[in-house]
Design a protein around this ligand. Structure first.
Ligand SMILES: [Fe+2]
Length: 173
């Protein structure tokens, strides 16, 4: 038996209205689902990576995965802090996420990296928008989490990925 349904918020004395907390939880759960998928995509591509820069990318993608996993926890705990219910089960996550499912097999290296960059951009666009709304509604904690953690980390990781897609020869003849 459920004692609190997904999509609801309970009363918490944190100085924010029910409506504001409801709205923040909905936006945070979307970003939480997408971040859980981004984390899994990082692990998938950490394992499937290949090519002359395999080792470097293998390590980089794992580092990003670990950082994303920390963000997953922060997002989920923010939802709980606001009285909501964080999306947890991966099958529930799959229903909510807007990030496209990749092929089950292996793609070309640039395609795999572009896939990660696209996922980052979707999360970043959503985070910017949700941060602005949270700010308008006075939910400073959510705004801070989105700006200081989700956006800052996402932008930095996107930069590190994007540099691998620049057309620079590995070896100068
Ligand atoms: Fe590993």
């Amino acid at each position: 038996m459920e004692i609190q349904e997904f999509g609801t918020v309970r009363q918490f004395p944190v100085g924010l209205s029910m409506e504001t907390r409801m709205h923040s939880c909905q936006r945070l759960n979307q970003i939480l689902a997408d971040t859980q998928i981004l984390y899994s995509l990082y692990k998938k591509h950490h394992w499937l990576m290949r090519g002359p820069t395999f080792y470097q990318l293998h390590l980089l993608l794992d580092k990003h995965a670990e950082e994303q996993l920390e963000l997953v926890d922060k997002l989920a705990e923010r939802v709980q802090t606001l009285g909501g219910v964080a999306v947890g089960d991966p099958r529930h996550v799959a229903e909510i996420t807007v990030i496209k499912r990749p092929p089950d097999g292996v793609e070309e290296v640039p395609a795999m990296l572009s896939r990660l960059l696209e996922a980052h951009e979707m999360i970043l666009v959503a985070a910017h928008d949700a941060a602005a709304t949270a700010d308008e509604k006075g939910d400073d904690g959510t705004n801070d989490l989105l700006v200081s953690d989700i956006i800052r980390t996402g932008e930095l990781q996107a930069w590190f990925l994007a540099e691998h897609l620049v057309d620079t020869p590995l070896i100068h003849a």
